[in-house]
Every structure is written in structure tokens, then in C-alpha cells.
Design a protein around this ligand. Structure first.
Ligand code: AMP
Ligand code: MG
Length: 413
């Protein structure tokens, strides 16, 4: 998503999505380094260079189950060799070999001195006192050199690397039980609304269950953050004040849902203004027009709208990139592709519209998930993408070209 450079006059007009994101990211800093157990570092950003302090593998070893031999002995076949030993992985060779000899060897076992070649067991008669080799084997075959993976003194991972399974394996092989990574962001999640009840409570008149706490905490976890779900906050200034103070003391980012419109019971903005500072933005977007953004004691706060689709979309567009930046990521935006609309779309004038879509990568087509109301959370559950319709477009015919944001793919630019 390109970030536009235009300056913003928030009081008089709505911000564009790009302007809002630009302002948010300007306030976000990468978190400090911490020492973490290697097992807990998946998806984290490495903040140190890793230099191999020994060779990997540490010793010359066999890449196959078979026989360690001298290449010159197996250049012509059949060849018959005397078997003078047996080495399993974890064992050590009892003696070197000389011409005419072989040692049975298993994958990963150290090569005996003198041997320079492995003959696969499949190319032999699998003999125990003597072995007959059927297939001519070139010298050096199936031998893994010490240091063929990592060499002593070599920088094998650099700071800024995102730790995936393979990098974590490399760190493990070098014996790093702990590593220096950017601290995992903590996200406090609270739901505001007098109508909200816990999941196991019976629904009284006018009540609904608190969906957003679960969806937003999960969205935070999905981006590698630690979610701190803090429950339901009643629509009173006192309750909100208490909850936000508590949240600010526990988290790097507070995400609230509900209470950011202009209704009589929408207290998020005034309370954050009192405790810290709050920008309230109208963003030229549907769903999810109101977004409150500010800080309390250095903790950033995102006041997302209460409608379940709006809050999750707001999280995806604004909170997720902020969390990625905090975590030291450089790639903050999901991949976008052009697709052919297999549907028709009518969208509101002057607002950038994010329809929930099902993108078919094989066909290059996308269709909507059905009714697109901001309270229709199923539209999100069925989706694997957003269809991103510019504010200047109000109608797209079947067969029209649209931009799709692939929320099923990790960030790529
Ligand atoms: P609000 O932004 O507080 O005006 O709420 C907008 C709509 O979202 C209302 O219909 C609320 O009942 C609904 N809503 C607010 N919070 C939640 C929540 N945590 N889970 C599900 N729906 C919610
Ligand atoms: Mg409300």
C-alpha cells in the first residue's frame, strides 16, 4: 500500500487510509531487544549477528547407510572387501581402514580415517564379514565434509532476520539456547459496551456477546503479539478510566472496540484525552470510518469501532502494521494482486471500500462473500482477502479489474 505524502488537515476532512497509516507508523518505534529462549522465538526479529563458533557438521560423516571404503577399491565392480568394523550415528570409528577394507556405517556416523567414499547399502550384498559391491562408486561419494553447512567464523544470520523454522534450526545447531530478539509486543484488548455479555452468560433483552475481544485478541496473536484480554468495560467514564489506566500499565498497545462514535455513551475519546492524548480521525473508509488513535503514558491506543467487521478491518489496516513495526519487521504490507471481479459491486461515493472477498489464485478471479454489512462478521469469516475499491469508484461490473489484498498471505513489501 503506497503511503501518500500529502499533509493532513484532520479537523475539516476525513483522512485517507494511507494518511492515517502514515501518521500511526510515525509514532511507532521498534521495541527493545530481549534475551529469549530459542523455543519461543518463532516469527521474532533477531537483533544480533550470529557467527558460527564451530563447523557444522563438526566432523566428516556419512550421508548414507552403507560402507565406508577407499574410492580406488570400488572404481571397478564387482569388488569384494573385508568388513573390519561397524559404526552407528553417535559412535566413533575404532580404527582406520586400508586398501581392501570396508567399515559398515550408518548415516551421520563419523568417517573412519583412510576412507574417502561411501557405497550405499543398496549397491552391495549387505555382507557382514565380507561385502560385495555391485555399483562402481566415484571417490568422495556420499561423504559430508566438516563445515559443509556452516564454517567456523562465518556470519550465518544477520540482525534483522525474521526467525522462521529454518533459522531457528540453524541457531539450535550452533547451540544458541537463547538469542537476542526484539521484544514481543503486548496488546491489551478491551471491549466497551453496556450491551455486551460474557460468552457463557444467557442473553438478556438487548444484549449481545462480546465477539470483538476474541477476534481482536486473536488478530494480535496472529501477528506474533502477546494478547492481554482485559474484558468488558461498561459505558461509564469511571469504568473506562480505570480500565484504560490498567491497560496502559500492562501493554505496548491498547486496542478498544466500541464507544468511538458520537453517541451519548461513547466515552473513549474524552477519557483518553484526560489520561493522555487522543487524535480522533474520521477515515474515508467503509466499513470502519471512526478511528481514535492516541497514547496514554507511552502506550499507544487504537479506539476501533464496535461493529465486528469494522473493528477487525481496522485492526488489519492499522494495528497490524504497527505491531509488525514494533516487532522489528520491515515488510508491513500484505501482498496485493489484480483480479477479475466475478460479481458486481456497488460502493459508497467518496469512501474507500473494503469488500470481503474470496480470491481464487488459479482463476485470477474474486467474488464477495455475500452481504457486506459492518455487523455481518460471517462476511469476514468466509473471506481470504479484501477487495480494495478506491473512493473514486462507485460501481464495478462483472469482469472488471479490482485490487485484492491477500490477507491469507504474509506481508511482502
Ligand atoms: P459502537 O461502536 O459502540 O457504537 O458499537 C457499534 C455496534 O457494534 C453496536 O451494534 C454494538 O452492539 C456492536 N458491538 C460493540 N462492541 C461489540 C463487541 N465487543 N462484540 C460484538 N459487537 C459489538
Ligand atoms: Mg458502544
Amino acid at each position: 500500500m503506497p503511503i501518500s505524502a500529502s499533509s493532513a488537515r484532520t479537523a475539516t476532512r476525513s483522512l485517507s487510509v494511507d494518511e492515517a497509516l502514515e501518521r500511526i507508523l510515525a509514532k511507532v518505534r521498534q521495541l527493545e531487544p530481549v534475551t529469549a529462549d530459542l523455543m519461543d522465538t518463532l516469527g521474532m526479529t533477531l537483533v544480533e549477528d550470529i557467527v558460527a563458533d564451530h563447523d557444522v557438521p563438526p566432523f566428516r560423516n556419512s550421508a548414507m547407510d552403507g560402507y565406508a571404503v577407499i574410492g580406488a577399491d570400488v572404481a571397478t565392480v564387482p569388488a569384494r572387501l573385508r568388513v573390519v568394523g561397524d559404526i552407528a550415528a553417535g559412535g566413533v570409528p575404532a580404527r582406520p581402514i586400508t586398501r581392501g577394507e570396508a567399515i559398515r556405517i550408518m548415516t551421520g556416523a563419523p568417517m573412519p580415517d583412510g576412507a574417502d567414499t561411501i557405497v550405499r547399502v543398496e549397491d552391495t550384498d549387505n555382507g557382514t564379514s565380507t561385502v560385495t559391491i555391485h555399483a562402481a562408486t566415484r571417490p568422495g561419494t556420499s561423504v559430508r565434509a566438516a563445515g559443509e553447512d556452516l564454517r567456523t567464523g562465518e556470519t550465518v544470520l544477520t540482525r534483522g532476520t525474521i526467525l522462521r523454522a529454518a533459522e531457528i534450526g540453524v541457531l539450535a545447531t550452533l547451540g544458541h539456547k537463547t538469542v537476542q530478539v526484539t521484544r514481543q509486543p503486548r496488546v491489551a484488548v478491551l471491549s466497551t459496551g453496556d450491551e455486551l455479555v460474557e460468552l457463557d452468560a444467557p442473553l438478556g433483552p438487548g444484549q449481545i456477546r462480546d465477539a470483538n475481544r476474541y477476534s481482536l485478541a486473536s488478530a494480535a496473536r496472529a501477528v506474533g503479539a502477546r494478547a492481554i484480554p482485559l474484558g468488558i468495560v461498561r459505558d461509564t467514564v469511571d469504568d473506562l478510566r480505570r480500565a484504560l489506566r490498567d491497560a496502559a500499565s500492562k501493554a505496548d498497545i491498547i486496542v478498544t472496540s466500541g464507544g468511538v462514535s458520537v453517541g451519548d455513551h461513547d466515552h473513549v475519546k474524552p477519557v483518553v484525552d484526560e489520561l493522555g492524548s487522543m487524535d480522533f480521525w474520521s477515515i474515508a473508509i467503509r466499513p470502519g470510518r471512526p478511528l481514535a488513535f492516541g497514547a496514554i503514558d507511552g502506550t499507544l491506543i487504537f479506539g476501533l469501532p464496535g461493529n465486528p467487521v469494522s473493528s477487525l478491518l481496522g485492526f488489519e489496516l492499522f494495528v497490524r502494521p504497527a505491531l509488525l513495526k514494533m516487532a522489528g519487521r520491515r515488510l508491513l504490507h500484505r501482498p496485493q494482486v489484480a483480479a477479475t471481479l466475478d460479481d458486481t459491486l456497488d460502493t459508497p461515493p467518496g469512501l474507500r471500500f473494503f469488500a470481503r472477498g474470496i480470491y481464487d489464485p488459479a482463476a485470477g478471479t474474486v467474488r464477495t462473500t455475500g452481504p457486506q454489512g459492518s455487523g455481518i462478521l460471517r462476511s469476514m469469516a468466509l473471506a481470504n482477502c479484501f477487495i480494495d475499491i478506491p473512493d473514486t469508484v462507485q460501481h464495478v461490473d462483472r469482469g472488471g479489474r479490482v485490487i485484492v489484498i491477500r490477507t491469507d498471505q504474509p506481508e511482502d513489501h
